[in-house]
Design a binder for this molecule. Structure first.
Ligand code: GLU
Length: 579
């Protein structure tokens, strides 16, 4: 077979060669240890925690090393394209402070653009590039057109299943297609028969045609090695997260170009990551299985393997069964990144939490460096878990409490306002009184044992809403030790003696007086010892007052709350309950 002739028959319009593209996309002008990473999402419009998890690894590796992080849109499967998906990807990640240096990006006006000299960054615009590489493989006799119809493939599969053999097109099952003559191929094409292009896999049995003809293990020059295990060739690849991976070499004549001229993921991955000079491929463990295919493709194409980093699947403990399972789009709203924005999680809290599940030594580092900027932590792939990473919303909430405590109240106020503008516009005008909001958010945070009640914007608003007259309601009854009648009397006296300029001890002294006058114990321990002598204690009297001012039995210090509410509103609330 004249492979040159065959290549021209299949790709008459392709006049560029791999060498042309190598020249067009030269090695990046970066230090040797600079890491180049990419995110390659399909534009389906759904961006999830797994994407963020991977993007975070990409971003850290690139930016810690002075490298580049770029966005490539993997839109070869055009059925899945959703309008606006690229904007969603970029904006969702930007919210978490994950920014790309290069690729399919947005300009200052929010319009799509491409930045960088390794594009196009939409795979759908790279057709001629892929075809040039396929053409070259055909020329070298490493790839061939295959005209098998769906029915023929189904029949082969049936036979393989009956024989309990591996399914697919390989070995003797590939022979018919591999051995078509030039004339037969030409006639098929003239007849308009659709075809795909497959690689001519070397198979995984030790045989003289393979580089393992010596029958011993050896190093490939492309960044992996082979091993002969009882006549089966294994490939060995060092994964930056998982260490050495050994898997039987590929034996399938996998498709590299589909009948519509569009490459498969496998082929696009090899060509793009090579030409875009990606050094580290961070991707989900669902791709592990395909690694032998990628190894064979890279060696056929003469490319060095990138460093693979196969991340663990995100798991959670199922609320009902108590068992670990994968996060599911259907069952777990927290899988979607929108969830965190809607609920108003602070991006720093989510980042901080992600690092605790990403790197086993992060918590220790944080304990030693409580005030350090998160970006000072040296993230490494070898501290990543290769088993399922466990995601736990309660843990996120705990982390969030600590993170929010470190954010100054006025910045937190800006964050709350930004959140309300987008997700709770009906309260925006209230929160926009920033001075007032800042005082509220600062309440109880400056003590030795600061309060940790603030978790995420939606919860924070619920937590502080009693400060806003429109949202203030009495949510709990008076304590049972305080009768309606007594409550009325407590509030009457409280109002009568109320002086907004009292300091905290003067204020509390007045409560003590009311307590004693009405037959309650001034010292709670007296009431505990002799409950028969009192109606209750100062704690119950204070709670009755708290219910009137705050509407709840638990809250920060009432005196401080009153100082924020102001004299008028404080008196109005007490008055409103006096009968
Ligand atoms: N488009 C692939 C996906 O969405 C990308 C995988 C990779 O990063 O290589 O799963």
């Amino acid at each position: 077979m004249d492979y040159n002739k065959l290549a021209e028959l299949l790709f008459p319009e392709i006049d560029k060669t791999p060498a042309d593209y190598e020249a067009l996309y030269p090695a990046r002008d970066k230090a040797d240890d600079a890491i180049i990473t990419r995110l390659g999402p399909s534009p389906t419009g759904f961006i999830h925690l797994g994407n963020l998890y991977g993007a975070f690894v990409d971003e850290r590796l690139a930016h810690q090393s002075g490298g580049t992080f770029y966005l490539r849109i993997e839109d070869t499967d055009d059925k899945r394209y959703v309008e606006g998906a690229v904007e969603t990807i970029i904006n969702s990640l930007k919210f978490f402070d994950i920014n790309f240096d290069e690729g399919a990006l947005l300009d200052a006006d929010g319009n799509q653009t491409e930045v960088g000299s390794y594009g196009p960054y939409f795979q759908s615009n790279r057709g001629p590039v892929y075809q040039a590489f396929v053409k070259d493989l055909v020329k070298q006799g490493k790839a061939y057109p295959c005209f098998l119809t769906e029915e023929e493939i189904a029949a082969i599969r049936e036979q393989q299943e009956a024989n309990k053999e591996t399914t697919g097109i390989y070995g003797k099952y590939a022979e018919k297609s591999r051995n078509l003559t030039f004339e037969e191929i030409e006639a098929n094409i003239a007849a308009g028969k659709p075809y795909v292009v497959r690689i001519k896999s070397k198979g995984n049995k030790v045989d003289p045609a393979h580089c393992l003809e010596c029958g011993k293990s050896c190093e490939s020059k492309y960044g992996y090695s082979f091993e002969n295990r009882d006549g089966v060739i294994y490939i060995k690849v060092n994964d930056a997260i998982r260490g050495e991976l050994a898997m039987p070499a590929n034996e399938q004549d996998v498709i590299i170009l589909k009948a519509n001229g569009i490459p498969t993921y496998h082929f696009a991955h090899a060509v793009d990551d090579h030409l875009m000079r990606t050094t580290h491929v961070v991707r989900g463990e669902e791709w592990l299985m395909s690694l032998p295919i990628h190894v064979e493709l890279f060696s056929f194409l003469g490319f060095d393997l990138p460093t693979y980093c196969h991340t663990a699947v995100l798991m959670k403990v199922d609320d009902e069964t108590g068992n670990k399972r994968k996060l599911s789009k259907r069952k777990d709203p927290e899988l979607s990144l929108d969830y965190y924005r809607n609920e108003g999680y602070h991006p720093q809290a989510v980042k901080e939490y992600l690092l605790t599940i990403l790197n086993s030594n992060f918590e220790e580092w944080r304990a030693e460096n409580p005030d350090a900027d998160i970006d000072e932590f040296k993230f490494t792939t070898d501290k990543m878990s290769s088993g399922g990473a466990l995601f736990d919303l309660n843990k996120l909430n705990d982390v969030s409490k600590d993170v929010l405590l470190k954010i100054p109240a006025n910045e937190l106020a800006d964050f709350m306002i930004g959140w309300a503008r987008e997700f709770k516009p009906e309260v925006l005008s209230l929160l926009e009184d920033k001075e007032y909001l800042t005082k509220i958010l600062d309440l109880g945070r400056n003590d030795n044992k600061p309060r940790k009640d603030l978790i995420y914007a939606k919860q924070i608003f619920e937590f502080i809403k009693y400060f806003y007259a429109e949202h203030f309601t009495i949510e709990e009854p008076y304590p049972e030790q305080v009768s309606e009648e007594d409550a009325n009397e407590i509030l009457k006296r409280y109002l009568a003696t109320y002086d907004h300029s009292d300091d905290q001890s003067q204020w509390f002294e007045k409560i003590r007086e009311i307590t004693a006058d009405l037959g309650y114990a001034v010292k709670p321990k007296d009431y505990k010892k002799h409950p028969e002598d009192y109606k209750g204690s100062v704690a119950h009297v204070s709670t009755a007052i708290r219910i009137a001012i705050v509407g709840r039995s638990q809250s920060p210090d009432v005196w401080e709350i009153q100082q924020i509410l102001g004299e008028e509103e404080t008196k109005r609330r007490i008055n409103a309950l006096i009968k």
